[in-house]
Design a protein around this ligand. Structure first.
Ligand SMILES: Cc1ncc(COP(=O)(O)O)c(C=O)c1O
Length: 349
């Protein structure tokens, strides 16, 4: 059996705070809706009209401006495949990636034959606008931005997005990954019509707890989306996801409860870090980036021994000593803080 090397270890025996998932899962209405599905529907290729209508209405855009995908991951891969065809004269198409960020951008760029142009972070991880503008060349095909950024939780100022979209070379697409926008309660969606070279990515994995069903989308001008849609497998969103999405979107109380808990969890993590003397960055997402220092790997291991998993990014460039911790349901965060206290007592400096 082959194992996808991009797939993180399957850790189902404890508290998963390493992938920014909603550990409480989806709204109960989602499973109700799936269980009420007629048996024949599983025998047919999926129909998308209703899901597209409800999903587009939630986003506040016409259906022709949205392409639903098998998770946003699939949308990002299709975007790279569609955008990174070789250029005349053999110049490698360039992809600007401000790092640290979602690791998949680098992998998808590589698979699609593009050249990664890395933009290094500022010391405080604030958005590096001047360096991004300086990195643009006529060979730039994609600029991949994440708002809020994963793993730092930093926001991208809207004016910076506008500036990049205005200055991007003809033919380049500015991709704005809003996987965590529900938590930040801000989006660039309302400005898309003014910036036809911007495509926004959204996922229903995080705030709506549908990661296991794989549903996300790309939003943009129909002529920008068309080549990306051609790079998507025809029926890539499965029938359970088509039923799940409208049910999840209808349960606003469940969403609001989770968003409230995320806010409270972030405060708990900030307080614990203040008390324990760890640096952290205030986050717009459902996670917090924390500098545990030179003991990071050891502390991550000690938490894992207690079946609490956090994401160790301490060995990456410009992330020395840093880990990313999901901040979701308050009970989970309390368990994390308790375990961190215990571990620190047992692993003195
Ligand atoms: C920034 C960012 N974009 C996209 C994704 C992928 O989302 P999906 O589960 O919809 O594939 C993630 C998942 O962690 C992410 O962090």
């Amino acid at each position: 059996m082959s194992v996808n090397p991009l797939r993180p270890a399957e850790l189902f025996d404890g508290l998963r705070l390493h992938q920014n998932e909603n550990t409480g899962g989806c709204s109960p209405r989602v499973l109700d809706a799936i269980s009420r599905m007629a048996r024949e529907r599983v025998g047919f290729y999926p129909a998308y009209a209703e899901m597209e209508r409800v999903g587009a209405a939630y986003l506040g855009v016409p259906t022709e401006r949205v392409a639903f995908t098998n998770g946003l991951d699939e949308g990002i891969m299709a975007l790279c495949v569609a955008s990174l065809r070789s250029t005349p004269g053999g110049v490698a198409p360039e992809v600007i990636i401000p790092e640290p960020t979602f690791e998949i951008y680098r992998l998808d760029t590589d698979v699609a034959g593009g050249k990664v142009v890395r933009v290094a972070p500022r010391p405080d991880y604030s958005f590096p606008l001047p360096a991004i503008l300086a990195a643009m060349t006529p060979a730039t095909r994609l600029v991949l931005l994440t708002n809020p950024n994963n793993p730092t939780g930093q926001l991208v100022p809207k004016e910076d997005i506008r500036t990049i979209a205005r200055q991007a070379p003809a033919g380049a697409t500015v991709f704005l990954d809003e996987a965590y926008a529900d938590f930040a309660r801000e989006t660039f969606l309302a400005e898309l019509e003014s910036f036809p070279n911007v495509i926004i990515g959204r996922t229903f994995s995080k705030a709506f707890g549908l990661a296991g069903l794989r549903i996300g989308c790309l939003i943009g001008a129909p002529d920008r989306l068309a080549p990306v849609i051609r790079a998507l497998p025809v029926f890539s969103v499965n029938v359970c996801a088509t039923v799940a999405l409208p049910a999840a979107l209808a349960d606003r109380a469940y969403l609001e409860d989770y968003l409230r808990q995320v806010d409270e969890s972030k405060q708990l993590i900030y307080s614990a870090c203040d008390r324990l003397g760890f640096k952290y960055w205030k986050s717009g997402g459902n996670f917090v980036f924390v500098k545990l220092g030179d003991r990071a790997a050891e502390l991550v291991g000690a938490l894992a021994a207690r079946h609490i998993y956090v994401k160790d990014r301490s060995r990456e460039a410009d992330c020395a000593g840093c880990v990313r911790i999901s901040a979701g349901w308050v009970a989970d965060t309390q368990a994390l803080v308790t375990a961190l206290d215990e571990v620190l007592c047992q692993v003195p400096r």
